[in-house]
Design a protein around this ligand. Structure first.
Ligand SMILES: [Zn+2]
Length: 396
């Protein structure tokens, strides 16, 4: 009896243990499952926070964003992009996308993004013997420019030939291979004068680019006299009769003609009278927009007969920091519709250690105030709102 009782007790104990075991196992399982859920919800939360951060970023972007409209074509233009010297060092150490990290979203949003590329990108060629300041960038930087969102760059500047025609040719090949059109450079000046035509949103936009730096123009004129203009390594010099012909030809193929001009006095706040005359003549000849660069500082904007002249957009990617103004620039955003220029806005740019960003707060306000003042000197009103400047065709 005792042993039977004992057996019964053992059975009960066994059942109880089994029961408890079941509860413990299912409890632990439930806890683990819950934990998993918690893990999941932590992940969800992180995703939400990240999405929130993204939204916040987008919010930030929304403030600095360009308004891209379905029916309007948006074009973004910046000034001098120099990828040699200290910028080359920064790109080697911090990654070749580093200079464009903060502005690529803006450049990428536009249908067309333009810059003046002030540096040949190559591993061939020899330094130009007479020049003191020489710029060179790595061949892979063509890819960096493409990833940053640039569609077309001007090569008509005083540094494109720093390492000769072979380096210029290689630069062009690399850029074309990265999906970027080049304007103002070629095997000879005839090729350099050919327009780049980009079709977007039912409109065709022609780009032409010229360099008005005395030694380049003189060099061109000397060689043209001896060689008849053929076979000259080439960037297009600013020669009025030729540009006017080029505008006429471009007008036959395109709705809008944009002219990039590398010109003006370095570190000057105001364009020379001669530049204003040239700009007006080019608009009168049919150009719609003039994009100026080379002074390394911002100059004013001017509406003239329905055309827009940006005398100098200043630096965009550059290592100059000898004075605050060389660390500032403008990002110009143009809206075009039904084959006409409808609106222009400018964003203040500050170059922080080789990396341009849209300047905010006091810095941004200072750049915009100066841009408005310099434009007013040219008879054009820049309305400052939400940290950027708006210029309407009637504001002159
Ligand atoms: Zn220059």
């Amino acid at each position: 009896m005792a042993s039977r009782e004992w057996t019964k007790h053992r059975r009960l104990l066994f059942l109880a243990l089994l029961f408890c075991g079941f509860f413990i196992v299912s409890g632990v399982y439930a806890l683990l499952k819950e934990d998993g859920k918690m893990g999941q919800s932590v992940m969800d939360q992180t995703a939400l926070i990240m999405a929130g951060t993204d939204q916040e970023k987008t919010g930030e972007k929304a403030q600095i964003a360009i308004k891209v409209e379905q029916e309007a074509l948006s074009l973004v233009a910046v000034g001098d992009v120099m990828l040699g010297r200290k910028i080359d060092d920064v790109m080697r150490t911090k990654g070749m996308g580093y200079p464009f990290l903060k502005t690529a979203p803006l450049l990428g949003q536009a249908d067309i993004a333009f810059a003046n590329l002030e540096t040949p990108l190559f591993n061939q060629g020899n330094p130009s013997p007479e020049k003191e300041i020489l710029f060179r960038g790595q061949p892979e930087y063509a890819q960096a420019l493409s990833q940053a969102g640039f569609d077309v760059v001007s090569l008509a500047n005083n540094h494109a030939l720093d390492y000769g025609i072979r380096a210029l040719s290689q630069t062009m090949t690399l850029l074309h291979g990265s999906g970027i059109s080049t304007v103002g450079g070629g095997k000879n000046t005839d090729e350099a004068r050919q327009p780049v035509i980009i079709n977007e949103k039912g409109m065709s936009i022609a780009f032409l680019a010229y360099c008005k730096i005395e030694d380049i123009t003189e060099l061109h004129q000397q060689i043209s006299k001896t060689k008849g203009g053929q076979g000259i390594p080439g960037i297009a010099p600013l020669i009025m009769e030729e540009i006017k012909k080029d505008i006429q030809k471009a007008k036959e193929k395109a709705d809008i003609v944009i002219i990039s001009l590398h010109w003006g006095g370095e570190y000057q706040d105001h364009p020379k009278n001669e530049q204003r005359e040239i700009a007006h003549q080019l608009i009168d000849a049919g150009a719609n927009v003039i994009l100026g660069h080379h002074p390394h500082t911002i100059q004013g904007l001017e509406w003239y007969q329905g055309g827009l002249i940006a005398y100098s957009l200043g630096n965009f990617v550059f290592d100059q920091n000898q004075n605050a103004r060389t660390q500032e620039g403008l990002l110009l955003h143009l809206k075009m519709q039904e084959a006409a220029l409808r609106q222009a806005e400018v964003f203040p740019i500050y170059i922080n250690q080789g990396q341009p960003e849209v300047a905010e707060g006091e810095k941004g306000a200072g750049i915009m105030k100066r841009t408005a003042y310099l434009s007013e000197q040219l008879g054009t009103q820049v309305r400052i709102k939400d940290g950027k400047g708006l210029i309407m065709p009637g504001d002159s």
